[in-house]
Design a protein around this ligand. Structure first.
Ligand code: PRT
Ligand code: ZN
Length: 299
């Protein structure tokens, strides 16, 4: 049978991950033409197309071979893998790249006035969630027997409705919990959007496309996290400053113009540089500190 020569990636059609997924793929040099029914995006710059679907369908679509990769919350990927595991099957996808957006936590939340002392407190209680497999796994790891009440949405109102005592739901700012007189008690999973992809890599042109995509996304994500830090200082302060520099590439030093011992330092840092770090550097003798975003990088 002839292999396929176009790669398909499934992303969320409309929701929290949609815009950021398209934006990241665009930064990796992919451009698309949207079909009229807005279910498909034809890849124009590369033979990589997008399927626009509900996030929960993405793992299954990869398993069925409809697409080779997809962007989902780690919460969705892990829930699906655990479900497959308990049905005696292996998940057909790997978690390939953490995409750096869609950050949230899957957490246990209890009433604000409840004193939280640990998971043992959940024994015998009713816990509402849309993530029964992840919750079940957490309870099992802690040797706790509780009743899992599966709800597909509005989990946070279950305690008020009397259908559960406790909830296990996604939290980002925590405002929803607060509005429902609940508080975050224990984090079950730290989540963010991930690119998942077929475990068995396709034996045709799609394999090279997948490699190219992964390389480019890796580059885009590295650049996004990187900052260029420059500062000036006097030569005698250098040893102390080098100890304080955020982790990054080896710094470059240049003599400043004029008859002085002042030098300029330049370093590509692999993460954001905080105000606190800048203040520490200044105290140790740095001045003219600048932090700049990095646009493109080819190491
Ligand atoms: O229609 P479809 O099925 O595709 O979308 P969906 O409704 O299932 O998903 P969507 O768009 O709500 O979320 C997609 C993914 O975004 C989730 O699977 C998570 O990986 C991620 N994500 C990040 C979140 C949140 N942050 C988040 N805050 N998903 C849900 N929430 C909920 C939270 O549970 C609360 O009810 O948003 C509400 C606001 O949160 P607070 O804590 O800021 O108040
Ligand atoms: Zn969904």
């Amino acid at each position: 049978m002839k292999g396929r020569d176009r790669l398909r990636i499934a992303i969320q059609k409309s929701g929290r991950l949609s815009e950021a997924s398209i934006e990241l793929l665009a930064r990796a040099g992919l451009s698309f033409r949207m079909s009229r029914d807005r279910l498909f995006c034809f890849g124009e710059s590369l033979p990589i197309d997008l399927l626009l679907v509900r996030d929960d369908d993405i793992p299954g679509l990869i398993e069925q071979g409809v697409c080779e990769a997809g962007v989902v919350g780690l919460n969705v990927a892990r829930e699906h893998s655990l479900e497959q595991q308990s049905a005696g099957k292996d998940a057909a996808f790997d978690e390939l790249i953490a995409m750096g957006f869609g950050g949230c936590r899957l957490s246990i939340a209890v009433a604000q006035d409840e004193q939280w002392e640990g998971p043992a407190q959940l024994a015998g209680r009713r816990i509402a969630t849309s993530y029964p497999a992840l919750l079940g796994d957490f309870l099992q790891q802690h040797g706790v027997a509780a009743e899992i009440v599966v709800l597909s949405g509005s989990v946070e109102i279950a305690p008020r409705l009397g259908t559960a005592d406790v909830i296990c739901d996604l939290v980002s700012s925590g405002a929803t919990l607060l509005a429902n007189q609940l508080k975050e008690a224990a984090v079950i999973l730290d989540s963010q959007a991930v690119l998942i992809g077929t475990r068995a890599s396709p034996a045709d042109e799609r394999r090279d496309l997948m490699d190219l995509l992964l390389r480019r996304l890796d580059g885009v994500l590295k650049v996004r996290e990187s900052k260029l830090l420059t500062l000036t200082t006097s030569r005698d302060k250098l040893p102390e400053l080098l100890k304080l520099l955020p982790s990054g590439d080896p710094p470059a030093a240049q003599q400043l113009v004029g008859p002085s011992d002042r030098i300029a330092l330049q370093v590509v840092c692999h993460q954001d540089v905080s105000w606190h770090q800048l203040e520490e550097l200044k105290r140790a003798g740095a001045s003219h500190l600048l932090v700049m975003p990095v646009e493109k990088m080819l190491a």
